[in-house]
Design a binder for this molecule. Structure first.
Ligand SMILES: Cc1cc2nc3c(=O)[nH]c(=O)nc-3n(C[C@H](O)[C@H](O)[C@H](O)COP(=O)(O)OP(=O)(O)OC[C@H]3O[C@@H](n4cnc5c(N)ncnc54)[C@H](O)[C@@H]3O)c2cc1C
Length: 500
């Protein structure tokens, strides 16, 4: 039987990111993916938020995405747009880029890392024992791995077979989405009426001066809110035509559908992200309305949180208990996404003057600077705070990509994270720390930084003397000029000291 250290079911954005993270950390990870190629039959995510761009920048691959997408102010709450251009990040914007392209670029990276992908095979079941998991595939083959990660989407087989509960809320609304050709010129842009929000836009577009400028021809992407909640049946061209006529009075002579699909605002979250040797990430762990564009972003960041932890456990560097911090840190993040998408869905309901008044009120509030900063930091993922204890605000928060000065010249913080290895950043006198017992795992970067420290939503914070940065870019320990607590933090996050 073929064996891998980690088997990932599902090669969507979450599975690809996780495979990349594990491979960078030197772990033999493989993906089982049902699709024959990375081509996605449908549109789904429209882009990336600022924190996801940072996470990709931490691995040195953000430029690949930026080169193909449209940089724009994409964050918003219930379609109330936010401008984050004043945020303290190298990427104070989002990126318009369809999920098809996001997956293609991620797959290219994973390919360079030589991750094996078992394509055109479904995982059909598994059994775990004390040392590993046997996974059955639809072609009759079995694979064994020390750990299995379900990145297999909202209908996750892994989640169901592991017996993990998926509590939440049934859908209250659904919408048809499709990509079609249209014989007549459609009304491009968004429209709102008593049924909800609808939109027509050409697949090809540019952003000029912050405005979407659609191509003059080519396929049209359609979104029409259903009149009733329809979550089970597969939509047809006729359903789409009828829905368009009921909203726009015409179907614009649409024909040649490239794909037709439906999404709902079903909102559910896995009760546990881990069941012994089985873990969940991405949509397999949380589903919600696409409003706010957070699903893919949350999945990619789940992968960045889990990858290095699972790698250390597999390599025997850290105890299995490190994996529990994955649930402890990421479950609350997605729970917050579920909450804010439910609030947004409620605010976007139409046909009720009282809800319209509530929406206007929220819009007024969010136009004020402090609420804008708070909510925009949430929606762009820049305010994520893992509760790692009291102390300096950098503890458990994302490390800014500072422009450092080292003895070898200028260096960005994120450059030091490209290999997905932790960093002890020493901003004090050189030679202040001796981390020889962790030198095989943790890099020591001695540098100067003369600028101010500013965090999204929080503003200016006191300059730390040193920061221990995890591979996912979050502060694990912050120095006050002494080494108090450093050895505990190194051991807690990166395993016991090596005997030297
Ligand atoms: C209309 C719409 C718009 C959206 N817009 C946004 C947005 O703007 N921003 C955003 O962040 N998110 C958005 N999302 C959400 C985003 O598409 C998902 O959150 C994202 O695809 C989740 O990635 P994933 O890798 O976790 O799961 P998936 O993308 O669902 O990937 C799961 C993979 O697992 C494979 N698979 C499943 N079962 C098996 C099995 N048994 N064996 C082998 N392979 C299997 C599937 O083929 C698939 O490739 C949107 C979603 C929709 C529907």
């Amino acid at each position: 039987m073929i064996e891998h250290a980690v088997l990932i079911v599902g090669g969507g954005p979450t599975g690809l990111m996780l495979a990349g993270e594990l491979t960078l950390a030197g772990v033999d990870a493989a993906i089982v993916e049902w699709r024959a190629s990375q081509h996605l039959p449908g549109a789904r995510a429209g882009g990336l938020h600022a924190r996801t761009i940072e996470v990709l920048d931490q691995r040195g691959i953000a430029d690949r995405f930026l080169a193909e997408g449209q940089v724009a102010q994409v964050a918003g709450f219930a379609r109330i747009p936010f401008d984050i251009s004043d945020f303290p990040t190298r990427h104070p914007y989002g990126l318009g880029l369809w999920q098809n392209h996001i997956e293609r670029i991620l797959a290219g990276w994973v390919d360079e890392l030589a991750v094996p992908i078992y394509r055109e095979r479904k995982a059909t079941g598994f059994a775990q024992d004390d040392t590993g998991v046997d996974v059955e595939l639809s072609d009759g083959q079995s694979l064994r791995a020390e750990y299995l990660v379900g990145c297999d989407g909202g209908r996750s087989l892994v989640r169901k077979e592991a017996g993990i509960e998926f509590p939440g809320w049934d859908p209250t609304s659904s919408a048809l989405i499709a990509e079609v050709e249209m014989a007549e010129e459609p009304e491009l842009g968004m429209r709102q009426d008593g049924r909800g929000v609808h939109g027509l836009g050409r697949v090809e577009y540019e952003i000029r001066d912050g405005e979407i400028v659609y191509a003059d021809h080519g396929p049209v992407r359609v979104m029409v809110t259903d009149q009733h909640v329809e979550s089970t049946s597969e939509p047809t061209l006729r359903d789409l035509s009828e829905a368009l006529i009921s909203v726009y009075g015409t179907d614009y002579g649409m024909h040649s559908p490239i794909w037709i699909s439906r999404f709902t605002d079903m909102t559910r979250q896995a009760a546990a992200y881990r069941e012994r040797r089985v873990l969940l990430a991405g949509d397999a762990a949380h589903v919600h309305s696409p409003v706010g564009g957070q699903g893919l972003n949350t999945g990619v960041q789940d992968a960045a949180n889990l990858g290095w932890k699972l790698a250390q456990v597999v390599k025997g560097v850290s105890p299995e208990s490190l994996l529990d911090t994955y649930h402890d840190e990421r479950h609350p993040v997605a729970a917050r996404v579920l909450r804010n998408t439910m609030a947004q869905v409620a605010l976007l309901r139409h046909g009720d003057a009282r809800l319209a008044a509530l929406r206007d009120t929220v819009s007024d509030l969010l136009s004020m600077d402090e609420p804008r900063k708070r909510y925009a930091a949430t929606m762009s993922g820049l305010d994520i705070h893992y509760h790692l204890g009291d102390g300096h605000p950098m503890l458990g928060r994302r490390m800014p990509d500072l422009d450092l000065v080292t003895s070898e010249g200028p260096r960005r913080v994120f450059t030091s994270l490209h290999e997905a290895k932790p960093v002890l950043l020493d901003l004090g006198e050189p030679g202040g720390f001796d981390i020889t017992p962790w030198a095989d795992r943790v890099q020591l970067v001695e540098a100067d930084f003369g600028g101010t420290w500013e965090l999204p939503a929080l503003g200016e914070v006191p300059a730390p003397a040193a920061v221990l940065i995890r591979p996912d870019g979050y502060g694990a320990w912050v120095g006050d000029g002494t080494g108090v607590g450093l050895e505990d933090a190194l051991t807690r996050w990166f395993g016991p000291p090596m005997c030297v």
